[in-house]
Design a protein around this ligand. Structure first.
Ligand SMILES: [Zn+2]
Length: 281
């Protein structure tokens, strides 16, 4: 009883004070709450990314045009003669143009330290240089990454790679890490397209997975040209080339003669180097 009255007295006192300030609250407290919400809600939307860009909200993509120049960075080589053919991994909806990278920005690539054999990164750089020269597309070496090989890869990883599309990822992997390497597959390669404003598809990043054991065996046997041809073939897939039946071409299932891209490969690569610049992605 005594306790109760002791509690009640300060309670009443506070209530009186609160009612005195109640009249002033809308004048400033509402504005403060609205200001805090105006800052926190967009921040939360940005962090949580609850919407998918395919539904039009664009929050799983970097800002458009990161690293994009006004004109193509390199000059695609003239189409070589010869008889070799080429095919493309994916065509635009018009059925005539292949899906390709944006030639107005460099293709960044990174090589995984996970499973990397001695001189593996040098082999990758040589293969990239050959395919860059044949396509006219500019590549930038982002160095080594500790990103581990996994079948599903997010094309946008701002925590690891900053506010841009993740670089093309090249790794020496095992079938345990990449199950599609099982059964004697020496390498895999491909790229991820995104739709520009008009619906045209543009590759934004890609992956190359090389079977670590098979590549080790080639290098141990002194077959460095064959090992490099495997990497070039997979980068061919990354740039947008598909297989051909002509065994003399790099993009044949057997990977050609180990002397780099042949005439058909080079014609296909020259077309892939003439993609349309897409600063809206
Ligand atoms: Zn292939």
């Amino acid at each position: 009883m005594r306790q109760g009255s002791l509690v009640r007295a300060p309670g009443r006192h506070r209530a009186t004070g609160a009612s005195a300030s109640r009249g002033r609250r809308p004048a400033w407290l509402g504005a403060v709450v609205l200001t805090v919400l105006a800052v926190l809600v967009p921040l939360w939307l940005w962090q949580a990314r609850p919407f998918d860009s395919r539904h039009g909200f664009g929050v799983d993509s970097p800002p458009a045009g990161i690293g994009a120049a006004q004109a193509p960075l390199g000059a695609p080589p003239t189409m070589p003669g010869g008889t070799g053919g080429y095919t493309f991994m994916r065509m635009q909806a018009n059925g005539t143009d292949p899906v390709a990278y944006d030639p107005c920005r460099p293709i960044h690539f990174t090589t995984s330290t996970v499973g990397l054999p001695p001189s593996g990164d040098a082999l990758v750089r040589e293969a990239v240089a050959t395919m860059s020269e044949a396509s006219g597309l500019r590549f930038v070496d982002d160095g080594l990454t500790d990103e581990a090989p996994a079948p599903e890869r997010d094309p946008y990883q701002p925590d690891r790679y900053g506010d841009r599309w993740a670089p093309v990822y090249i790794a020496f992997a095992t079938p345990d890490q990449i199950p599609r390497l099982a059964g004697g597959t020496v390498g895999l390669g491909g790229s991820t397209p995104r739709a520009a404003g008009d619906g045209a598809l543009v590759y934004v990043t890609g992956s190359v997975w090389l079977d670590a054991k098979a590549m080790d065996d080639l290098l141990a046997a002194g077959r460095r040209d064959s090992a490099r041809a495997v990497v070039e073939h997979e980068i061919g897939h990354v740039l947008g080339l598909n297989h051909v039946s002509d065994g003399s071409q790099l993009m044949s299932l057997t990977g050609g003669a180990g002397a780099g891209p042949a005439d058909g490969d080079r014609r296909g690569l020259a077309i892939l180097g003439r993609g349309v610049c897409r600063p809206d992605l």
